[in-house]
Design a protein around this ligand. Sequence first.
Ligand SMILES: Nc1nc2c(ncn2[C@@H]2O[C@H](COP(=O)(O)OP(=O)(O)OP(=O)(O)O)[C@@H](O)[C@H]2O)c(=O)[nH]1
Ligand SMILES: [Mg+2]
Length: 226
Amino acid sequence: MERVPLERKVLNENDRIAAELRNRFQEHGILCLNLISSPGSGKTSLLERTLEALPRQDRVAVLTGDIQTENDANRLKRFHFPVKQITTGGTCHLDARMIERHLADWRLEDLDLLLIENVGNLVCPSSYDLGEAAKVVVLSVTEGEDKPLKYPSIFFKSDLLVLNKIDLLPYVPFDVNAAADNARRVHPGMEIVKVSCLTRDGLCEWMQWLDRRRGTHKPLLQETAS
Ligand SMILES: Nc1nc2c(ncn2[C@@H]2O[C@H](COP(=O)(O)OP(=O)(O)OP(=O)(O)O)[C@@H](O)[C@H]2O)c(=O)[nH]1
Ligand SMILES: [Mg+2]
């Protein structure tokens, strides 16, 4: 049986919706980031630290994806920004249709920053464009420094590597330089920030990266007017 044409059709449909989302985000000057990692690397923890650091008046919203449970949304709602859980019911990644559906009752004109936490998985999410301006990959020091070589697609496609759980470095055999070399073999010049969401070490660098991206992400209308 021929399976390839069907896969191509599904991906094309996703790309079409993602392109529409990207246009809408650009029109409204929304920076959309897609956070991807293995289960448990610290995506929600990074979002918790980010939301607690952002001023209350910032126009930020979060969509967080999981196969089951509202746990991550419940953790993130404490910070009083709009948060929605997307439960995929089994699918190992978010797709653009899910994003479109969950954005339907939010006014995009009220947002500047949309943070999407993908389902914990280092493989499937890398194939599904969500209309984001950038993917951010999170790797924790308990996962092994070889992961960029084993799962190159997501490291190649991400603008930033957040290396998390550096507080555990005294206790686990993890070579930070080798991990950085491996990431840059796959993605030459890749930006890397080293953080601990537990001790908050390195989070300034992450927030500075985020600020830079927000600063360079102006609404399309404003850009064409000036
Ligand atoms: N020691 C240490 N533990 C951390 C750090 N960041 C997260 N954790 C712990 O790692 C576990 C997983 O963190 P989460 O933030 O839930 O990870 P996640 O990537 O959102 O997980 P999924 O959504 O299930 O894919 C939790 O027990 C966190 O407390 C860190 O910097 N240091
Ligand atoms: Mg999570």
